[in-house]
Design a binder for this molecule. Structure first.
Ligand SMILES: [Zn+2]
Ligand SMILES: [Zn+2]
Length: 397
């Protein structure tokens, strides 16, 4: 299991970009339009039929001439005819870099909005440093792609707004090490930034924030970017660009683990859940009852038959731990275990023999919290009744 697994990127040497401008935002009589699943207000522009100038707001402070000097309505503005709801559009060829967001456990503990906004901010920062200057001609967009029967996929697309491309992205992709270099540059700035001293700072204008584009700022977390980039850059695996296969990116087991973590965090019994990096990665889980638990990942358990559960839950305080209050959790994708049921049973029996509890989950046990938050708590409570009553601290009650 890879904490930042699912990460991938590809260079698209020729991409057709379609740029729409749906008009000024905040206009009340806006038409609602749906583009790529997002609802937009698309009032369009009102322009003069004679000269094409955009109609000025009557209350606008900086009044400029309403018409070109050679416009037939220049001297008789009251007679001007207007074209309403004009949408601007241009289409051009350029190049782009598409990055699939990590979908592993580390990524799941932050959630897609924070992950996407933070990684985008870090990427922009890294590129600025890498190219020693402004990269304003590079645009960053965040895209989500629904998948049938699986978690959504999230991408960041970086594209060159100069038709034909400026060569920046091509140069970057010339060597796969370069992107890791960009991540390292970003990490360096974030880790050493002045805002590092404040544990609550989510970033500042010297690192991940930038002055324009404030819409995503609430989702930007420097901590998230540092966590993910540390994971990606410390990975000794060679990272090279490939073609992203959108249908076949996740292996069943780790996707189920991710879903389990998310469902657990949203369960009504859990007050707070935090991923900790000290030592081996683990989770600190604070129950509504106030009791603290620790959940370790991929723990090797000895016994008659050695095994490695996906998670082991135990009291946070070492002094409170006994085999009887430890629980081994297996999140099994059925397709990977159908052939080895006998072996699995032996492993589980061996754990039970030590006095520990065993909990096995399959796809049907773990609700998809992304599609239905509301039923999650109820389902988890229902499904976990046996195990979680004890988990909440009432094991003997
Ligand atoms: Zn005019
Ligand atoms: Zn900063």
């Amino acid at each position: 299991m890879d904490a930042a697994g699912g990460f991938g990127f590809e260079y698209i040497s020729s991409v057709t970009l379609r740029d729409f401008n749906f008009g000024p935002v905040g206009k009340e009589d806006a038409v609602n339009l749906e583009v790529g699943g997002n609802k937009l207000s698309a009032p369009g522009f009102t322009v003069c039929k004679g000269c094409g100038r955009i109609k000025q707001n009557e209350h606008s402070k900086n009044k400029r001439p309403q018409h070109d000097f050679d416009c037939p309505y220049a001297k008789h503005s009251e007679k001007a005819e207007w074209i309403e709801g004009l949408i601007l559009y241009r289409e051009y060829q350029s190049d782009a870099l598409r990055i699939r967001l990590p979908s592993g456990l580390l990524a799941a503990s932050y959630g897609p909005e924070v992950l996407s906004a933070s990684l985008t901010a870090a990427l922009r920062l890294g590129l600025k440093r890498y190219f020693h200057g402004s990269v304003d001609h590079l645009q960053f967009i965040q895209i989500e792609e629904p998948q049938e029967g699986a978690e959504k996929l999230y991408y960041i697309v970086v594209y060159d707004t100069v038709p034909g491309g400026t060569g920046y992205l091509k140069e970057l992709m010339a060597d796969p090490k370069n992107l890791i270099g960009v991540f390292r540059e970003a990490l360096d700035v974030m880790v050493n930034c002045d805002c590092g001293g404040d544990p609550n700072a989510k970033g500042c204008y010297k690192c991940v924030y930038q002055y324009r584009d404030s819409s995503n700022r609430k989702h930007i977390s420097k901590l998230c970017a540092i966590d993910i980039l540390s994971e990606l850059t410390s990975n000794q695996k060679v990272i090279r660009p490939g073609v992203l296969d959108t249908r076949n990116n996740t292996d069943g087991d780790s996707e189920l683990e991710v879903r389990f973590i998310r469902a657990l965090g949203k369960s009504g019994l859990v007050a707070e859940m935090k991923r900790c990096q000290e030592g081996t990665p683990h989770y600190l889980i604070k129950m509504q009852s106030g009791k603290l638990w620790r959940m370790d990942l991929q723990v090797d358990l000895l016994g008659d038959v050695p095994s490695r559960p996906d998670f082991v839950l135990r009291p946070w305080k070492e002094s409170e731990r006994t085999h009887e209050n430890e629980m081994a959790i297996f999140t099994d994708g059925w397709r990977y275990h159908a052939d080895i049921v006998g072996e699995d049973c032996a492993k589980r029996q061996s754990i039970l023999n030590t006095g520990r509890h065993v909990w096995t989950l399959s796809w049907h046990d773990v609700p998809d919290t992304q599609s239905d938050n509301e039923i999650t708590d109820r389902l988890l409570l229902l499904r976990c009744k046996r195990s979680f009553i004890y988990f909440g601290g009432n094991v003997h009650g």
